[in-house]
Design a protein around this ligand. Structure first.
Ligand SMILES: Cc1cc2nc3c(=O)[nH]c(=O)nc-3n(C[C@H](O)[C@H](O)[C@H](O)COP(=O)(O)O)c2cc1C
Length: 174
């Protein structure tokens, strides 16, 4: 993988996106978008280009730029609904719609509890066209001892889904 888009929308848990950025291999060109509802600001010593969500003319708004994968974490129910309806009114939703039309990997980490029937319908619709729906669900089989380890487990699973090599959690060996 050469280029990835990471986006955060206004759901709880934006800190997880910060960890994702930290753990991504430096060989991958990272484009990061925040919606105005996300508080965190990230400038790490990595190959990261920060995009403003209002900039619909950014490189990643075009399929010709050649992004390999996109992850939205956390993904609000608002952003989920827009993507499911084909709305592309900001850079996050536009870049996501580009991933869908170009048949590239798009991973959404919806964060809500519980999920409404509307949100579940939107997830089902997107899942049926190949979008990866991977909410930050806790797992215990790796015997995580702390929140930090639990987050690494979730991020490791996300990276597995996108084909990004990682050693972030202890794999089940039977
Ligand atoms: C403190 C706080 C926490 C929120 N947590 C969530 C959440 O976990 N999931 C969600 O779907 N919306 C959550 N919201 C509501 C979204 O921020 C709101 O729907 C917003 O319009 C999303 O816009 P965006 O999708 O453009 O980021 C939260 C709002 C606040 C103020």
């Amino acid at each position: 993988m050469k280029k990835i888009v990471i986006a955060s929308s206004g759901a709880s848990g934006a800190g997880l996106a910060q960890k994702v950025l930290t753990h991504l291999p430096s060989s991958i060109e990272i484009h990061y978008i925040q919606t105005k509802h996300t508080q965190t600001v990230m400038q790490k010593e990595q190959n990261i280009t920060l995009h403003v969500n209002e900039n619909i003319a950014a490189s990643i708004a075009s399929g010709s730029f050649g992004v390999d994968a996109m992850m939205i974490t956390p993904c609000s129910m608002n952003t989920l609904a827009k993507i499911a309806c084909g709305i592309a009114d900001n850079l996050v939703t536009r870049a996501a719609s580009v991933m869908i039309k170009e048949q590239k990997k798009l991973l959404l980490a919806p964060r809500e509890l519980p999920f409404s029937a509307i949100a579940l319908e939107n997830m089902h619709k997107l899942s049926s066209i190949g979008v990866i729906i991977a909410p930050p669900v806790l797992g215990y089989y790796s015997k995580q001892q702390s929140l930090d380890e639990m987050e690494d487990f979730i991020i490791g699973k996300w990276f597995d889904l996108l084909g990004i090599e990682n050693n972030l959690y202890k794999r089940w060996e039977g």
